[in-house]
Design a protein around this ligand. Structure first.
Ligand SMILES: C[S@@+](CC[C@H](N)C(=O)[O-])C[C@H]1O[C@@H](n2cnc3c(N)ncnc32)[C@H](O)[C@@H]1O
Length: 270
């Protein structure tokens, strides 16, 4: 099993399951047909599963279109993406805050993958946040300059060579992806946490409707499609989000997730 350090990550992303990937993989069958990841984000579980040869092929899907374009660049033209990132990273020298604002503005106009990569590398907690107009509005982290181009290149090239021949990235709502999966496959779902996505502070493009999600799981059960869900959590006695109903017949495993980055973001420790 790979340690978190040896799992390359294609871009920094809040909510990445990189540190938990080994625990989640331990619940997965030895080998499946297609591993579907319909809330892909940075696809940490897909990458860990590919390193461990746990599926024939992989589908990374996300509702966030620019994020999927970034994935396509990683899979199809990683060198160009790394070159562009290096140009951006080098150009920020000496005027980082203004440069970040310019790139963010351009990203909101043109949604170019390299601009998104730069923003994710530089923004606070690598958190994807949008305002009501759908514009990316997270601020830069003034303490950091973002991942060094050489490190970024090593990560992206490693992920690309691991997945390029075996994975496809698609922009879709999770329900459209679930309909493609069959009994020999596995779906890994890491939806936006109810604890944050149902508040005014929308971290993702759209929150997740609980009843709709339960309906989608009932459909998977009826079609005998195996799945694993990372679902909300607790810090001490405080739990987040509505539980999944018992009629789904799921088994709950608790995994220690470490320090809450959401709490850290709010200046607390949990
Ligand atoms: C908690 S993050 C997943 C993080 C991922 N496991 C990783 O390792 O980086 C949830 C993802 O779900 C996506 N998302 C939100 N609503 C969605 C929907 N209705 N259908 C598909 N993806 C959605 C968000 O854009 C976000 O990337």
């Amino acid at each position: 099993m790979n340690s978190p350090k040896s799992i390359p990550h294609p871009f920094p992303y809040q909510g990445s399951k990189r540190r938990l990937a080994a625990d989640i993989l331990a619940r997965m069958p030895e080998r499946v047909g297609v591993l579907y990841e319909p809330f892909a984000g940075s696809g940490a579980l897909t990458i860990a599963a590919a390193l461990d040869a746990r599926a024939d092929s992989f589908v990374l899907a996300d509702l966030n279109g620019p994020l999927v374009s970034l994935w396509k660049s990683i899979l199809e033209k990683p060198e160009d993406l790394c070159d562009e990132y290096e140009r951006l990273w080098t150009s920020q020298e000496g005027r980082e805050p203004d440069f970040y604002s310019e790139v963010r503005l351009r990203f909101n106009q043109h949604q170019r993958p390299a601009d998104l990569l730069y923003i994710l590398a530089r923004c606070v907690k690598a958190a994807v946040r949008y305002n009501v107009r759908g514009e990316f509005n997270n601020s830069p982290d003034h303490r950091r300059r973002g991942m060094r181009p050489a490190t970024m290149r090593a990560n992206i090239l490693a992920v690309s060579s691991l997945l390029a021949e075996r994975a496809k990235a698609i922009e879709a709502d999770y329900r459209d992806v679930l309909s493609q999966a069959g009994p020999a496959d596995l779906v890994y779902m890491d939806p936006p946490y109810q604890g944050v996505s149902n508040t005014r502070d929308h971290r993702y493009i759209r929150g997740l409707d609980h009843a709709e999600f339960v309906g989608a799981l009932e459909d998977l059960n009826a079609r005998h499609v195996p799945y694993i869900i990372s679902y909300d959590g607790r810090t001490g006695d405080k739990t987040y989000g509505e539980e999944l109903p018992s009629h789904l017949g799921l088994t709950r495993y608790e995994v220690f997730a470490g320090q809450s980055s959401q709490a850290t973001l709010l200046g607390k420790s949990a």
